[in-house]
Design a protein around this ligand. Structure first.
Ligand code: FUB
Ligand code: ZN
Length: 638
């Protein structure tokens, strides 16, 4: 581990032989926009400190003090609580990579001290399995999350080391990883974690240390699945060997974390069977099991994927952690392939399913993210099972690291936001400055500033949602018809060069595959990467479930600076039925229905911003009107 080469990177594929793309460090990209930058500020000022208070209050830190014998009492909370603290450490580390903060750093040092003291001589570390429970260690791999917690510790320690160059926590993680390597493996203990997570952590540990035993151990855990060692259930993705999987099933977070691990192994070994399985799972998920927001996991039961096309709206589970896992998996698929279908999905999930997981004030969280609500859902300050809050914190803290990659040919631009980046290519430093009001508007100006004139490529992601795009460099303008791709611009770049991009941001009406029963005869509204919803608070005199949208309704966008931290709202006209669904009879004639209808104006807001003004009704999928405006006989309402 050469310290001077350390960079804050989440997935360091710099030396991975089977990854097309190489990372750009979190610290190399400075966000200056009005969308993400204020959120990162809130992350530092509100989210990370209040999460620490919650971790204190709910006994997460106490558990470590108890394990080291400093305090007495009962273990607090869920048996996998250690992982929440580890995710918080990872989040703080990524934040420190963006900007040093003394207060956060001293909190980190303090908790790292507690973790160090709780570790056993032999390297074992899990605060649940201490004292009378010591003899149960590694006994129940299916349920008890010891390997899951270890994975989170390893990830936190790597992040901390890369961000701060302090190896304090890394020493603890290495000692635990070595202990696990002593316990598990061929001719040692066989088994797989019921909750995958450690697989990707071990590959990252290999990347950091170059010690192959961690990579082998990760492969070992993947190979163990599907042989009934942990019960053979779909829920744990143990029903088939990984390489034979063809349908995404089971607990959504577990399933997708497992895919992250398999993708990481592929990037190091190039084993085709792993990639083929990952491609099959991705196709199945995106074509049959994913919400329009990028959210995954339809069922409360087992927090799991459902059958193909089983995508209920009000009962959607869509755990915030599952959305984050989806981004993590797609990031790895993108690194492997350079295919924009993966970065398109990262963007979709980021702006919608994942971002809905945290409130605008930065201290309330959704665990489940429904696409429809009847005043039932509200973000909470914390959860007994607190996996989601620190997970969204670590995603947001590492966000600058998702904007760019490099390859032998040049620089890849994945995400757009006003920002400045300093990107190292071989023997060359290139500053990339983005001027844009993305995601609200589609114009992006990119200034390319190499430290010396040089030929290289810039690959621009042209999002699939943009029907058409124009890209202008100097006097040359290119019209891009086939979108959802990277467009390569190869030339000799010099200081002062600019790329002017125009993505086509328009309001779109989106329809669902007919097999999704819950969305039959319904339509959703999307603008650029943002999915919209109708919330009752913006439509005070209406029962939003009685709205129906004629397909010829014109939808207009209006920038509203003083609403929900500044958003584009979408306004339009819909039909409104005065029938009271709770009282009316079961069936209504078209005559009665038409008589009850009037034309009303409605407002839609970005889905990520819903439920920030108290409990409300909300829906993403709106009924399609059975009639068009020009058939309407009744009076206008507003
Ligand atoms: O089991 C640990 C975490 O808690 C999972 O990742 C979440 O889905 C929740 O069950
Ligand atoms: Zn969660």
């Amino acid at each position: 581990m050469e310290e001077d080469k350390l960079k804050p990177i989440v997935v360091d594929t710099s030396l991975s032989p089977y990854s097309k793309l190489k990372p750009v460090a979190i610290s190399s990209v400075k966000l200056q926009d009005n969308f993400w930058k204020p959120r990162i500020k809130i992350l530092k000022e509100v989210t990370l400190p209040t999460q620490y208070e919650q971790l204190e209050k709910t006994g997460h830190i106490f558990n470590f003090q108890r394990a080291s014998g400093k305090v007495k009492g009962e273990f607090q909370g869920f048996f996998f609580n250690d992982s929440d603290l580890y995710k918080w450490i990872e989040a703080v580390s990524y934040y420190l990579a963006q900007e040093y903060d003394e207060r956060l750093n001293s909190l980190l040092e303090r908790v790292i001290g507690e973790i160090e003291s709780a570790q056993d001589e032999d390297g074992y570390l899990n605060t649940y399995f201490v004292f009378e429970k010591k003899n149960q260690r590694w006994e129940n791999l299916r349920d008890m999350h010891e390997l899951y917690c270890a994975g989170h510790l390893i990830q936190a320690a790597i992040a901390h080391y890369r961000a701060t160059k302090s190896s304090r926590l890394l020493k603890v993680a290495l000692k635990l990883a070595d202990h696990i390597d002593n316990v598990f493996g061929p001719n040692k203990k066989y088994g797989a974690p019921g909750h995958p997570e450690i697989e990707m952590a071990l590959v990252e540990l290999f990347r950091l240390t170059r010690d192959k035993k961690y990579l082998r151990l990760s492969e070992f855990f993947i190979d163990q699945r599907g042989h009934g060692l942990i019960g053979g259930r779909e829920l744990h993705i143990d029903h088939k060997p990984f390489r034979e999987l063809d349908e995404i099933v089971g607990h959504a977070v577990r399933s997708v974390y497992l895919n992250c691990g398999a993708a990481d192994i592929y990037m190091e070994t190039g084993e085709e069977a792993l990639l083929k399985a990952l491609e099959r799972l991705w196709e199945n998920m995106t074509e049959k099991k994913m919400y329009i927001t990028g959210g995954i996991g339809s069922r409360y039961e087992g927090e799991s994927f459902g059958e193909n096309y089983e995508l209920p709206n009000e009962e959607a589970y869509c755990e915030t952690c599952a959305s984050i896992a989806n981004i993590m998996w797609n990031w790895r698929m993108l690194l492997i392939t350079g295919d924009a279908k993966f970065s398109d999905l990262i963007e979709l999930t980021l702006y919608n399913a994942a971002l809905a997981g945290i409130s605008l004030d930065g201290k309330h969280y959704f665990y489940v993210n429904p696409l429809e609500s009847r005043k039932k859902h509200e973000r909470k300050e914390w959860y007994d099972c607190a996996c989601c809050p620190p997970n969204i914190a670590r995603l947001l803290a590492s966000l600058p690291g998702y904007f760019y990659s490099t390859s032998e040919e040049g620089i890849w631009v994945h995400l757009y936001a006003k920002s400045e980046a300093k990107i190292e290519l071989e023997n060359l430093t290139v500053n990339i400055i983005q001027e844009t009001n993305y995601p609200w508007e589609g114009e992006v100006l990119i200034r390319v500033e190499p430290n010396e004139e040089s030929t290289f490529s810039i690959f621009l992601r042209v999002p699939g949602w943009s029907k058409l795009a124009t890209i202008k460099v100097g006097d040359e303008e290119k019209l891009v018809h086939e979108t959802g791709k990277y467009i390569e611009i190869r030339r000799k770049w010099k200081q002062g060069d600019e790329i002017r991009i125009n993505f086509h941001v328009e309001v779109e009406k989106i329809f669902s595959n007919e097999n999704v029963k819950n969305n039959l005869c319904k339509v959703a509204i999307k603008r650029g990467p943002i999915i919209y919803c109708i919330e009752s608070v913006d439509n005070p005199n209406l029962n939003i479930f009685n709205l129906s949208l004629p397909l010829d309704s014109e939808l207009k966008t209006r920038w509203t600076a003083n609403l929900l931290n500044g958003i584009n709202i979408i306004e339009g006209e819909a039909l409104y039925s005065e029938l009271d669904n709770t009282k009316e009879k079961l069936y209504t004639s078209s005559y009665e229905l038409t008589k009850s209808l009037s034309k009303v104006r409605f407002t839609a807001i970005p889905y990520y911003a819903w439920a920030n003004r108290g409990k409300s009704d909300m829906l993403v999928w709106i009924k399609i009107s059975k009639m068009f405006f020009n058939n309407l006989r009744s009076k206008e309402k507003q």
